[in-house]
Design a protein around this ligand. Structure first.
Ligand code: PHE
Length: 343
């Protein structure tokens, strides 16, 4: 047969050329896919080398061809490892993780300053044994004015001052109607705080807004005095504004308290020296207060000879302004988070 007649050296020479050609191709391969293709071409079942191996008749040719096959398999494995290493290096360089980069900032929520004040007030009065009450914002003239002993000619009964919803229905102008609702709903002794929105037809100024919040307090018991009112307000002012606050009272008038007073708190912004916040007086007015007027007791069917009590009403926004040093009330009604995040 012709194959038998071929001299072994012919195969050996072909093998050497084949090996050089294949090694050059493997060294030039730049992708794993290319390498796979070359593997098929030079070492696959139908490759020149495998066919030659199948037809080997003498030992020496077999050894030569096998040596070539082994050399090539080695070259392929080596090149494959090189390409894998290069791909890994590229990946590490491009989508590497730099653990020293600053992390993403998490959006942490926070309570609105007015809500913070509300919670402080609630906690302070719950600690004193008070009940928390929640009442309607749409109120009748009877509860907003009549039962609180407002005279029929009082200016705040006018639609110029108050938002009327119907002839006898208003948006409450203060939280004081809660006093009436509470006294009508249970027997004294009572200690309650009512917190919520109130409405007034006021022009917007640094300290006024047509909607704001008040906290209303009412204590009715046997033998309550003005000193109890003063001590209670002092306690709450210290919870809200710090341990070194002082409280002073100025006489005033409210239809539903007698005597009536306005509590001032010493200005925490300037420590009493005088600043814009306190209009250079060292004191900031916080609301109204007084001893429950006998007519209010009568209006809810209680004997003024048997019971005495005090009431107070203070602004939550005003308190927030004082606590956080906010000179204007308007930011407290702004939906702008950049403003609110400061407090
Ligand atoms: N309701 C009064 C106001 O809004 C404040 C007040 C409350 C005064 C309770 C006395 C007693 O101005």
């Amino acid at each position: 047969m012709s194959t038998n007649d071929e001299p072994a050296t012919v195969a050996a020479v072909d093998a050497a050329a084949l090996q050089d050609e294949a090694l050059a191709a493997v060294a030039a391969a730049s992708t794993p896919a290319e390498l796979t293709e070359l593997h098929t071409r030079y070492l696959g079942r139908r490759s020149e080398l495998k066919q030659a191996l199948r037809n080997v008749r003498d030992r020496e040719t077999g050894m030569t061809l096998n040596a070539v096959r082994e050399r090539l398999e080695q070259a392929f494995a080596q090149r494959e490892a090189e390409l894998e290493r290069a791909a890994l290096d590229r990946a590490l360089a491009s989508d590497g993780l730099d653990v020293t980069l600053p992390g993403d900032e998490l959006a942490v929520g926070q309570l609105h300053p007015t809500t913070q004040i509300r919670r402080l007030v609630e906690d302070a009065f719950l600690g004193l044994g008070y009940e928390i009450r929640d009442d309607r914002e749409v109120e009748t003239v009877e509860y907003n004015f009549d039962k609180l002993a407002f005279p029929s000619t009082h200016s705040s009964r006018s639609p110029r001052d108050t938002f009327f919803i119907g002839d006898d229905v208003v948006l409450r102008t203060e939280t004081s109607p809660s006093q009436i609702h509470h006294l009508e709903s249970r027997e004294p002794p009572v200690y309650m705080v009512s917190i919520g929105r109130v409405y007034r037809r006021d022009a917007i100024t640094p300290t006024r807004f047509p909607i704001f919040h008040q906290f209303e307090g009412l204590a009715v018991d046997g033998g309550i005095t003005l000193a109890d009112l003063k001590g209670t307000l002092l306690h709450v002012m210290r919870v809200l504004f710090g341990d070194d606050r002082r409280v002073r009272f100025r006489t005033h008038f409210f239809p539903f308290t007698e005597p009536s007073i306005e509590p001032d708190v010493s200005c925490g912004v300037c420590g009493g020296a005088g600043c814009r916040m306190c209009k250079f007086s060292g004191w900031v007015e916080l609301g109204g207060a007084g001893m429950v007027d006998p007519r209010v007791f009568e209006n809810v069917g209680l004997d003024p000879e048997e019971w005495s009590g005090f009431a107070f009403g203070c602004g939550l926004e005003r308190s927030a302004q004082l606590r956080f040093g906010i000179e204007e009330i308007r930011p407290l009604f702004s939906p702008d988070l950049r403003v609110l995040r400061q407090f």
